[in-house]
Design a protein around this ligand. Structure first.
Ligand code: ASN
Length: 309
């Protein structure tokens, strides 16, 4: 029995694929309207940079390596994320967002999670002088408005997926609470146990996420997690902007300084900010209830799968 028959919609695989891509297109349209109406400036993405996100230490990340390109004697890195560029751009732009393609060479085992790709796009945004709570409020407004805008979208009937009903404000937990309730690998069971997205605060990860000055060892960052087992939607943080703390954190993390040499030349002028990145394909996978996040890509980029085009 095919997936279409199993869900009883009568749509064949090609119709389902087309419906997902039309949904993705309309999600992008609504996303642009939302950030424009909230006063954000949209930047074009960069693909190569003299520095990029180290993606670690982070238990959620397992890339084989950061891709390097040697161009005219300069070493450049393919974007793992534009976080470091966001921190520099927000000094003068205050509220910015980017549809940012990222290349992350994930290990082939990651195919089985259903939510990892080695090339994907995030809605990446940053707000000068914002708090994490303000960013979480913005994200909740985004989802509420997206749900309203998509209410009559024909893709849900074609796909047999429920019409989204986001009801923020959402539950907020610390990772410590989640670990004690669901174990070290809390995300899958916690996601399955919820029927609305929820926030997980305080992850030990990259140097650019700000450590709580009142509680060392605690971090002013946040993930949004989808319900029903769909897992992580977004990650973000209040940023570390003090140069001495950034240098100390890079040293503490034991990561090679070379990819950050260019970034470190700019850190004296950083301003406090907060932001996040939301995976576009994961969002559309969740909305369309697709089995795998690769099912919402026009050209699949699933770890371990050969690339056909
Ligand atoms: N975009 C994320 C952020 O804003 C960083 C990432 O993708 N690693 O925190």
């Amino acid at each position: 029995m095919s997936g279409a028959e199993a869900r009883g919609t009568g749509a064949d695989d090609a119709e389902r694929w087309t419906a997902r891509l039309r949904l993705l297109s309309d999600v992008l349209h609504e996303t642009g309207r939302f950030f424009h109406d909230e006063g954000f400036v949209q930047l074009l993405p960069v693909l190569l940079g003299a520095s990029t996100d180290p993606l670690g230490p982070d238990p959620g990340s397992s890339i084989l390596r950061t891709t390097e390109v040697d161009y005219l004697g300069q070493r450049l890195y393919l974007m793992n994320s534009m976080i470091l560029h966001k921190q520099l751009a927000v000094r003068s732009l205050d509220r910015l967002w980017i549809l940012s393609p990222n290349v992350r060479l994930e290990r082939p085992e990651r195919a089985a999670t259903g939510r990892h790709l080695f090339e994907f796009t995030q809605v990446d945004f940053e707000v000068a002088r914002a708090t994490g709570a303000e960013v979480r409020g913005l994200v909740e407004r985004y989802f509420a408005r997206l749900g309203d805008a998509l209410r009559d979208h024909p893709a849900f009937a074609t796909l047999g997926a429920p019409v989204p009903r986001f009801r923020p404000p959402w539950a907020t937990y610390s990772t410590h609470e989640l670990e004690s309730r669901y174990g070290a690998d809390w995300e899958p069971p916690a996601s399955r146990a919820h029927d609305q997205p929820f926030w997980a605060l305080c992850h030990r990860r990259e140097f650019y996420d700000r450590e709580d000055p009142e509680a060392p060892g605690h971090f002013l960052n946040y993930d949004l997690v989808y319900p029903e087992g769909f897992g992580e939607a977004l990650s973000g943080a209040e940023r570390e902007w003090r140069p001495d703390r950034i240098r100390a954190r890079i040293a503490r993390d034991g990561i090679a300084p070379e990819p950050f040499r260019a970034y470190l030349e700019h850190v004296e002028s950083l301003v406090p900010s907060a932001g996040a990145g939301l995976g576009v394909e994961r969002l559309v996978r969740f909305l369309s209830r697709a089995p795998h996040v690769g099912d919402v890509q026009p050209f699949r980029r699933v770890p371990g799968e050969p690339v056909s085009l």
